[in-house]
Design a protein around this ligand. Structure first.
Ligand code: G3P
Length: 496
C-alpha cells in the first residue's frame, strides 16, 4: 500500500506491507516562498513534481513495481488553498499556505462583527487566518476575473489532497474527504455539507468546491500516463495529516489522544461520533469517515510552529547544520539557564489564538550560546503541548494518563523526556513514528480490502519507547510559569 504524505515542508512516499511495516521510503523537500512578512506560499506544480519523484524513488529503492501496489492513500498539510484551471489542470498562482497570516485584519473584522460563535458552532473552528476560508476569499477579492471564472465553474479550489487527486487521476476527480473539508471553515460539520450561509458571507461560489467523500473510499484510479506500464491504481484513502496520524496511532476510541511533531504539532483527541464543542478555544474537527459508517470527530489543539522552529535555526540562522544537532546541544546544558523561546513565528495557535504575536527569545546573558538557544527551542515544543493539553483536560474534565507521540521529533529522547516531565504524564512512542503515512495507507487499505477492519490494524501498534515523568512538581511549575510569562510578552507584537 502506497502512502503519500504531502506535508508543509516536504513530501514523503512510503510503501507499507500487510503488517503495517515500512518496505521503502523516499522524502524530498520543496521550496518555501515568503514574498512578504507573514506570507507563506507554495508552488502546487512543484508539490506534484516532488510527489511523483519520491513515489518513483520509493518504488525503485524497494524494488517494487507499480503493478504490485494495491492502492494509494493520500495525506496532506491541511487548510492550504490551491486554485487551478479545470481544463488544463494548471494552478492559478501560488498556493496560500496554512501558516500565512495575510488575512489577519479581515479576521479581526469578522470577529468584530460578532461572527465567531456562529462560525464555531457550524464549523468547529475559531476565526483565524489559519483556515482556508479567508484565504480563498482573499484570492477571489484580489482578482474579479477569478470570481467570475469561479461562478462559471471553469476553475477549481482544493486543499493539497484535492489537488493531488485531481492531477494523479488525469484531471478526472475533484474530491476531498470529510477531514480536510472540516478544516476549510466552509463546511458544516453537523449537516455534513458546504455551508451555504458561510459561502454567502464570504462570497465564495459553490461551483468552485470539491465533492466531499469518506476518508476511506475508492475515489479514482491513477492516470496511466503518470505510471507508465502500470495498470490504473485505486486512489482509496484521503485524510488531513493530523487526522491520518490519529488513525495510524490506532486512537480509534473516544478519549484516546496523540501528538504529532512535524512543522507544527497537533494534539488530537478522539471524541466518538459526537462533535464536542470546545469552551477552551480548541477546535472541533472531523476525524474521518470510513465508507458508509457515521463520521467520527476529534478535538484538536493546533500548535503552528514546533519543528519549523528547528528548521529556522538551521535555514534562517544557520546555527546548526542538521535538525538532529539540537539533541546534543540541548543535552550539553543542565537546564535552560532562564532562556525561553516563544516560536510565534506565524502567530500563536491554540489555545492562545493571536495572529499578531511574533517570535521571542528572552533571558539572554553574555553566557548564552547555541546550546541554551537550542534547548529553549526544544523546550518550547513541549511547553506548547502542555498549553493545549491543559485546555483539553479543562474541556473534558478527564486527565490523560498517556500521550501517544509520533513524527520525526518523537525520536528525540531529550525532547520526549522533557515532554513527559513538563506534562507529568507518560509519553509513548510507537515502533512506527510515520503514523501519518501509515494512517493514510490504512484508510486506503480498508477501502480496497487489503485490510479487514480496525481491530486488525490496532494489533500492528507496538510500543518503541515509554517516557515516564521525573521532574519534581516545584521545578516543573516554576519552568512552566516562566514560559507563560514569555508567551504573554510575545502577544500583539505585529498589530502595529
Ligand atoms: O494544519 C496544518 C497541518 O496539517 C500541517 O502539518 O505536518 O505539515 O506540520 P505538518
Amino acid at each position: 500500500m502506497l502512502a503519500i504524505d504531502a506535508g508543509t515542508t516536504g513530501v514523503t512516499a512510503i510503501v507499507f506491507d500487510h503488517r503495517g511495516r515500512v518496505c521503502s521510503r523516499a522524502y524530498a523537500e520543496f521550496t518555501q516562498h515568503y514574498p512578504r512578512a507573514g506570507w507563506v506560499e507554495h508552488d502546487a506544480e512543484e508539490i506534484l513534481m516532488v510527489t511523483l519523484r519520491v513515489i518513483g524513488e520509493a518504488l525503485r529503492d524497494g524494488r517494487i513495481r507499480s503493478d504490485d501496489l494495491q492502492g494509494i492513500g493520500i495525506t496532506n498539510q491541511r487548510e492550504t488553498v490551491v486554485l487551478w484551471d479545470r481544463a488544463s489542470g494548471q494552478p492559478l498562482g501560488r498556493a496560500i499556505v496554512w501558516q500565512d497570516r495575510r488575512t489577519a485584519k479581515f479576521c479581526d473584522a469578522l470577529r468584530d462583527r460578532g461572527l465567531e460563535a456562529w462560525l464555531q458552532e457550524r464549523t468547529g473552528l475559531l476565526i483565524d487566518p489559519y483556515f482556508s476560508a479567508t484565504k480563498l476569499h482573499w484570492l477571489l477579492e484580489q482578482d474579479p476575473d477569478l470570481r467570475e471564472r469561479a461562478r462559471s465553474g471553469t476553475i477549481a479550489f482544493g486543499t493539497i489532497d484535492s489537488w493531488l487527486v485531481f492531477r494523479l487521476s488525469g484531471l478526472r476527480a475533484h474530491v476531498t474527504d470529510y477531514s480536510n473539508a472540516s478544516r476549510t471553515q466552509l463546511y458544516n460539520l453537523h449537516e455534513l455539507r458546504w455551508d451555504p450561509d458561510i459561502l454567502d458571507l464570504l462570497d465564495i461560489p459553490a461551483a468552485l468546491l470539491p465533492e466531499v467523500m469518506p476518508s476511506s473510499w475508492i475515489y479514482a484510479h491513477t492516470d496511466p500516463e503518470l505510471f507508465p506500464g502500470s495498470r490504473p491504481i485505486p486512489i482509496a484513502g484521503i485524510a488531513g495529516d493530523q487526522q491520518a496520524a490519529l488513525f495510524g496511532q490506532a486512537c480509534h476510541e473516544p478519549g484516546m489522544a496523540k501528538n504529532t511533531y512535524g512543522t507544527g504539532s497537533f494534539v488530537l483527541q478522539h471524541t466518538g461520533t459526537t462533535a464536542v464543542p470546545s469552551r477552551q478555544r480548541l477546535l472541533t474537527t472531523i476525524a474521518w469517515g470510513i465508507g458508509d459508517e457515521p463520521v467520527e470527530y476529534a478535538q484538536e489543539g493546533a500548535i503552528f510552529v514546533t519543528g519549523a522552529a528547528v528548521q529556522w535555526l538551521r535555514d534562517g540562522l544557520g546555527m546548526i547544520a542538521s535538525a538532529t544537532e539540537t539533541e546534543a546541544l540541548a543535552r550539553s546544558v543542565a537546564d535552560n539557564e532562564g532562556v525561553y523561546f516563544v516560536p510565534a513565528l506565524t502567530g500563536l495557535g491554540a489555545p492562545h489564538w493571536d495572529p499578531h504575536a511574533r517570535g521571542l527569545l528572552i533571558g539572554l546573558t553574555r553566557g548564552t550560546g547555541k546550546a541554551q538557544v537550542a534547548r529553549a527551542v526544544l523546550e518550547s515544543i513541549a511547553y506548547q503541548t502542555r498549553d493545549v493539553l491543559e485546555a483539553m483536560q479543562r474541556d473534558s474534565g478527564i486527565r490523560l494518563s498517556e500521550l501517544r507521540c509520533d513524527g520525526g521529533a518523537a525520536l528525540n529522547p531529550v525532547l520526549m523526556q522533557f515532554q513527559a516531565d513538563i506534562l507529568d504524564s507518560s509519553v509513548v512512542v510507537p515502533e512506527t513514528v510515520e503514523t501519518t503515512a501509515l494512517g493514510a495507507a490504512y484508510l486506503a487499505g480498508l477501502a480496497t480490502g487489503f485490510w479487514g477492519d480496525r481491530t486488525e490494524l490496532a494489533r500492528h501498534w507496538r510500543v518503541r519507547n515509554r517516557y515516564t515523568p521525573g521532574l519534581p512538581e516545584p521545578e516543573r511549575e516554576r519552568l512552566y510559569r516562566r514560559w507563560l510569562r514569555a508567551v504573554d510578552l510575545s502577544r500583539g507584537w505585529a498589530r502595529e
